[in-house]
Design a protein around this ligand. Structure first.
Ligand code: ADP
Ligand code: MG
Length: 668
């Protein structure tokens, strides 16, 4: 249409009807091609033809370009196009890819890019008649390529910066790794170090080579091996373990105290570990602790001396009075002084008992005990003790596990806790005793300094004054009291603490000033035999008279004599021996012996426990009653005795001795 609509009069080519065939054919080739094509016809003044696909390339020229001279249509590019056209006419057809042109476009002057080729059209005589030009604008692709290239360059630059920064950071980290005095390492769960920082060699003396080639437990103090194994186990389970302390051996044979933090690397067998040397800090703390201990010992001995002097004054004073009365022949009413002296003696015995309880050296008589029943049995006594202005509530857990404890000591502890609670509530208030079963997982157990496992708790809560942090930290010290002189002994909690620890448990104070106090005793669950009451009853049947032969081994003649005297009175036959060897001779002689009573601390190289074992070797199943002071307690298994063996603790009353002996003799 553009060709036909144009007024060709005055055009050098003349009217289209007169055009030579070759021109017509060429135009038709161009017009019918789907490629973007142009035809430049002629040799001097090139006439410009183009097809529809070429339209967009013409921009503002479209309306007038058809049939116009090439150099007008592309005037703004002529300088660049002319040499290419000349080359083409000269027979050197060329192909150009993405050649840039500055051209007028619909969007004004712009940078454009074209891929094109020029080729000659020859007429039948072989003369050049014009040029075919394939041409595609590639501006969009070139710009896109350029943008891509730019963004890739930016990316490359960003990567380079990142790499550089990582390198700098790594260098900084590396300086920390190199310079710190903390021990840093990567280790494997199989117990080998994989990587260590130089602090290891500086602090411990071992070379990196030595550290990496053998299991790390080899440089841990054997006393800490169990804990180290536990820590590795927890890491293997994915737990982060912080703040554990162990002793690490140095190459020169000393040990450093190190506090560690360890973090497992998920999904691998690696963990990271950082240790800080606490050796100096520890020895300072140790010195402080030692000083505090000396202070506590001072307090203890001072308090003890004071109390004991009072009690001794009671004993000696009354004996002196008796002596004076005897001297002057006034025998009436002597009983009064005897009773007073005995009372003071008993109080002295109970004082030592309480001290021994604190030092965890009392002789416990543990039995399977149902704690709820024990508390129930005390309810009356507790109510009377705390007085009518205080309420008492007892909340016993159903299905409470039994405990293996000395029931008398637990009663004592509860009574003491209730008295403390009462004293903390001068205006009256409420005391709650609550029992519960407790599963202490490893964390809860560690917090309470107990092995993991099943416990029962007995908590006494009051609504009283509460305690400051300082009071809480000192409350378990013997003779620590805030009560006025004559009211507090400061022995209650220390004794409870000793009892709980000795029973494999713990005591904890939960309190705040003004908020009341909860004191909890934790005791391990007993899984053995069910509690029985028969024993207690048997023990209560007083010595009504008995028969049988008893061998008494004690190096103290006075005690042998005393025992002989009192047991003889009740009807037993008593044979005495001053040491283990003498006692065993009696047994070897074949004499009939029903019960062996032996002191635990004996001279002559054989203690009471060994005498008992030898005796049972000679007479299997022989009943044995040990008499102990506290120190020998360990010798007889800390209260865990075999069947048919029992304990009596010094000092004991003669009544207690006969009751115990007859209970044992009466048992089958
Ligand atoms: P005592 O009762 O003879 O003072 P304890 O060892 O029983 O000795 O207690 C030590 C101290 O702990 C008490 O003097 C008191 O200051 C504090 N205390 C104990 N129990 C409680 C309680 N339930 N509420 C507040 N303070 C308490
Ligand atoms: Mg008390």
């Amino acid at each position: 249409m553009l060709v036909l609509d144009k007024d060709w009069s005055g055009h050098p080519l003349g009217a289209p009807e007169a055009w030579p065939d070759i021109l017509k054919t060429s135009i038709s080739t161009v017009l019918n091609s789907p490629e973007s094509m142009i035809l430049a016809w002629g040799t001097e003044r090139l006439t410009f033809f183009f097809n529809e696909t070429y339209f967009p390339l013409l921009g503002p020229r479209l309306s007038w370009a058809m049939g116009s001279p090439f150099e007008e249509v592309w005037a703004d590019a002529w300088e660049q196009a002319k040499p290419i056209i000349d080359e083409a006419f000269a027979g050197r057809s060329q192909r150009f890819v993405d050649l840039p042109w500055k051209l007028d476009t619909d969007r004004g002057q712009a940078d454009t890019w074209f891929t094109f080729s020029y080729s000659r059209i020859l007429d039948p005589k072989g003369e050049v008649a014009g040029l075919f030009i394939f041409t595609n604008e590639t501006t969009a692709r070139v710009l896109a390529d350029a943008a891509l290239e730019r963004s890739q360059a930016e990316l490359r630059e960003a990567n380079r910066l990142l790499a550089q920064r990582v390198e700098e950071r790594t260098a900084e980290r590396d300086r920390v790794w190199q310079l710190t005095n903390d021990l840093m390492a990567t280790a494997r769960l199989d117990g080998h170090l994989v990587q260590v920082n130089p602090a290891w060699e500086r602090l411990l003396g071992w070379t990196e080579q030595e550290l990496l080639t053998r299991p790390f437990v080899e440089i841990i103090d054997p006393a800490d091996h169990a804990e180290a194994a536990d820590v590795v186990g927890r890491l293997a389970a994915g737990e982060v373990v912080g703040g554990f302390v162990d002793h690490v051996l140095t190459k020169d044979g000393t040990a450093r105290t190190i506090m560690w933090d360890a973090v497992p690397e998920g999904n691998s067998d690696l963990f990271y570990i950082i240790g800080r040397d606490l050796t100096e800090q520890h020895s300072a703390e140790e010195a402080l602790r030692q000083a505090q201990k000396m202070q506590a010992v001072g307090q203890l001995t001072g308090g003890l001396a004071h109390d004991f002097n009072n009690l001794l004054t009671g004993v000696m004073g009354n004996l002196e009075l008796i002596q004076m009365r005897l001297a002057s022949g006034r025998l009436e009413d002597l009983e009064r002084f005897v009773l007073a002296a005995q009372g003071a003696g008993r109080r002295a015995a109970s004082l030592t008992q309480r001290l021994l309880a604190f030092s965890r050296r009392q002789t416990l008589d543990p039995r399977a005990t149902e704690v709820n029943r024990l508390i129930g049995g005390m309810e009356d006594l507790l109510r009377r003790t705390i007085g009518p202005q205080n309420e008492l509530e007892i909340v016993g857990a159903g299905g409470l596990w039994p405990a293996y404890i000395d029931a008398g000591q637990l009663e004592n502890a509860l009574l003491n806790l209730c008295i403390n609670a009462r004293d903390a509530m001068p205006e009256g208030g409420r005391i709650t005793i609550e029992t519960a079963n407790k599963w202490l997982d490893s964390r809860a157990a560690r917090e309470r300094d107990l092995p993991e496992g099943q416990y029962l708790s007995i908590c006494v809560t009051d609504t009283g004054t509460g305690m400051s942090a300082d009071m809480i930290s000192r409350a378990f010290e013997p003779f620590f009291t805030t009560k006025p002189l004559g009211q507090g002994t400061g022995l209650g909690l220390s004794m409870i603490y000793g009892f709980a620890r000795q029973s494999g448990g713990q005591v904890r104070i939960y309190s705040e000033m003004g908020m009341g106090t909860t004191m909890c005793i934790y005791l391990p669950r007993h899984t053995g035999d069910a509690p029985s009451e028969v024993d207690e009853e048997a023990a209560l049947t007083a010595a009504a008279g008995g028969s049988g032969t008893i061998l008494v081994v004690d190096d103290e003649a006075a005690i042998r004599h005393l025992v002989d005297e009192v047991l003889d009175d009740v009807g037993y036959t008593v044979i005495g021996a001053a040491d283990g060897a003498a006692g065993l001779k009696v047994l070897q002689s074949g004499a009939k012996i029903d019960l062996l009573i032996t002191d635990v601390g004996l001279p002559g190289g054989m203690n009471g426990r060994q005498v008992a074992d030898a005796a049972r070797h000679l007479r299997p199943g022989l009943k044995v009653l040990f008499i102990t002071g506290f120190a020998e307690n360990a010798a007889v298994g800390n209260g865990h005795l075999e069947q048919g063996m029992e304990l009596l603790t010094k000092p004991f009353s003669l009544e207690a001795l006969t009751a115990k002996v007859s209970a044992m003799m009466d048992k089958p």
